[in-house]
Design a protein around this ligand. Structure first.
Ligand code: A3P
Length: 326
């Protein structure tokens, strides 16, 4: 795996050297590529490794099949939850989910990230076998490998409100940092996030790209919202199941199958299941799967952000979305 990483870094060395750079959090430099910011090289563990070289290699090497289904998101927008829900829906006939969930369900023994890997970090580095054509990506819509669009693959995007995303990102990266470096201050994270200089940011542009695509190609792109799933999980999960080609039958609904899946994928259930297991990769840092579960609440950001920060973020959001129904 390390050898593959070195080959990829070497392959894109010249291309990367021409990109605009920006010093950011924790002495990490971000590189601007096709309007979004990425790390360079390979860092920490594969799942947080959304490097510019990985994106370039995915664009060059990845070929989608028309039957593939992509779960897309900006980091910390509910990716783990969407992976779990989609995996549980697609595989529901293989595992007994009802009362007293089958202890062998993969979602109770592995991470949702092992069940549905990212194309840009796992696909060419680990060559995992994909379950039922489900794959995930953080790549912005306008930078997706060409075959995903041309072969008419279905894409499900999960969006989340920017305030909660900022706090989730900030806490996550502070947990990942080396013990030797000082934690990133919220004020600094806020400033860069607002400027759009954050991992795979600007956040708003990421959302807008997929939102516009969902309006232009509604049969191919489903736009979901983390906060809406929290509010009305039953309706949103049914919508998701239908879109990905696994609609619930009347009998299943009557038997409480939708509720069973929601329960299996709940924050409480999955965070408990992920307390013990570790990231399957060989990592410089022992990153626990638990890191993907923090609070899982809507509006937790109000416990951290000042009134002024909230006002600024709301203003940027309103201006950027410019009337788009998001
Ligand atoms: P918080 O940091 O606000 O708690 P991602 O999966 O894109 O990395 O996003 C992580 C966010 O989703 C975290 O938010 C995490 O707690 C929350 N999350 C993870 N699993 C969840 C689940 N099953 N249900 C609801 N939220 C979940």
């Amino acid at each position: 795996r390390k050898a593959k990483m070195s080959v990829i870094i070497e392959r894109y060395k010249d291309k990367v050297s021409t990109l605009t750079k920006q010093e950011t959090w924790m002495n990490r430099r971000l590189y601007e590529y096709q309007g979004f910011w990425y790390h360079q090289g390979f860092w920490y563990q594969s799942r947080a490794n959304f490097s510019v070289e990985a994106i370039m290699a995915t664009q060059d090497d990845f070929t989608a099949k028309s039957t593939d289904i992509f779960l897309a998101s900006h980091p910390k927008s509910g990716t783990t939850w969407l992976k779990a829900l989609s995996f549980a829906i697609v595989n529901r006939t293989n595992f007994i989910i009802g009362t007293g969930s089958s202890p062998t369900h993969p979602l109770l023994t592995t991470s949702p990230h092992d069940c549905v890997p990212f194309i840009e970090t796992d696909s060419f580095l680990n060559n995992p076998s994909y379950a039922n054509g489900l794959m995930a990506t953080h790549i912005p819509y306008t930078s997706l490998p060409e075959s995903i669009i041309s072969s008419g693959c279905r894409i499900v995007y999960i969006c989340r409100n920017p305030k909660d995303v900022l706090i989730s990102v900030w806490v996550f990266f502070n947990k990942l940092k080396d013990n030797s470096s000082t934690p990133m201050k919220l004020e600094d994270a806020f400033e860069l996030f607002c400027k759009g200089i954050s991992l795979i940011g600007p956040f708003w542009d990421h959302v807008i790209g997929y939102r516009k695509a969902s309006l232009e190609r509604p049969d191919k792109v489903l736009f979901l919202n983390y906060d809406k799933i929290q509010k009305d999980p039953n309706n949103e999960v049914k919508k998701l199941a239908k879109f990905i080609g696994y609609p619930f039958t009347e009998e299943e609904e009557a038997a409480g199958e939708v509720e069973n899946i929601i329960k299996l994928c709940s924050f409480e259930k999955l965070s408990e299941a992920n307390k013990t297991n570790k990231d399957g990769d060989v990592t410089p840092k022992d990153v626990s799967n638990e890191i993907y579960f923090r609070k899982g609440k809507v509006g937790d950001s109000t416990n951290y952000l000042t009134t002024e920060m909230i006002e600024i973020l709301d203003k940027i959001t309103e201006e950027k979305y410019n009337g788009l129904d998001i």
